[in-house]
Design a protein around this ligand. Sequence first.
Ligand code: KG4
Ligand code: ZN
Length: 345
Amino acid sequence: MTVLGIESSCDETSVAVLKDDVVLANLISSQDFHINFGGVVPELSSRAHIQIITSLVKDALAKAGCTLDDIDTIGATAGPGLIGALLVGYTFARGLAFAKKKIFVPVNHIEGHIFSGFLMDDKPEFPLLVLAVSGGHTLLLLAKSFTEIIKLGSTIDDAAGEAFDKVAKMIGLGYPGGPKIQAFAEKGDKMKIPFPIADLKGKYDFSFSGLKTSVLRYVQKEYPNGVPIPEEDLNDIAASFQNAVVRALLKKCELALKENEISSMSLVGGVAANQELRNAFLKLGEKYKKKVVIPKLEYCGDNAAMIAFRAHSLITAGESFSLETDAFPNFSSKYFINPSSANSL
Ligand code: KG4
Ligand code: ZN
């Protein structure tokens, strides 16, 4: 099966061609100009997607050595995401599928991230523990198959990536926060400031708003009246904050490993690009003797290869879809199961 994947949920336009589970092309065009605004401007994002989508599809097909006649299936992100941005890639894909009579798959963006480890040569195995950390989501999941995903926990406030972005802004490092915090943290002392991690009722849930507030309080106390923070101190704040996020995420993963039957573990999403988190996740896998699959950086941030793979895995699982499905900002997953109903499966 050859799949054309299209992703345009936020500030990356991406087009991929996948033959079975081999990526023939995965082109990603990032909208760097949002840096000037300190965050993604939805209307500008939609316009930039429109400008590039046609040429990116042509270039991806050329890179893969294919024509549209070689494509069996077209998968496109239907949500969650910014509606104007989503509509560009989704409508393009749906129109193409209708005109060329291809199988069409509306793909949930988060499901794309969840199974992105399968794009690697050494594949994850079910039951699979997934920590999905992006700008909009923080989820701890137990995937029993491609169509049964038990949601163990999620954030009750900010997503992990959102916390990185907000703290970076707060201490003047700019946008996007994750890579900036990581770069400063590399030169800092992660044990310098003991930022707290939340203790929550939901045993697999996360919370990052208290951590964000304690960074704010620390900065207000140490540097009153807007005094600029010296670079050395910025390094220590970034390292200590990053360490607190990693500890909070890993604590819940460890609990899940103790309490569930798990064959392998995967760390996915934009925040999975974080080197400290990757190292800690690998170490946890070693401790519990589990296979660990972390996608390479190209497949951590938003990309169409993961969307094409998700379309492929759903069609292979016997699922079918209608061209009538619309893109939706809060497009939910029909494959998520709450733990309480999981035993009855
Ligand atoms: O998955 P993604 O590309 O987009 C969403 O679907 O949200 O994730 C983007 C998030 C941003 O919050 C960004 O700051 C974070 O991933 N991120 C990182 C790193 N690189 C990107 N966070 C921590 N460390 C990084 N190296
Ligand atoms: Zn994403």
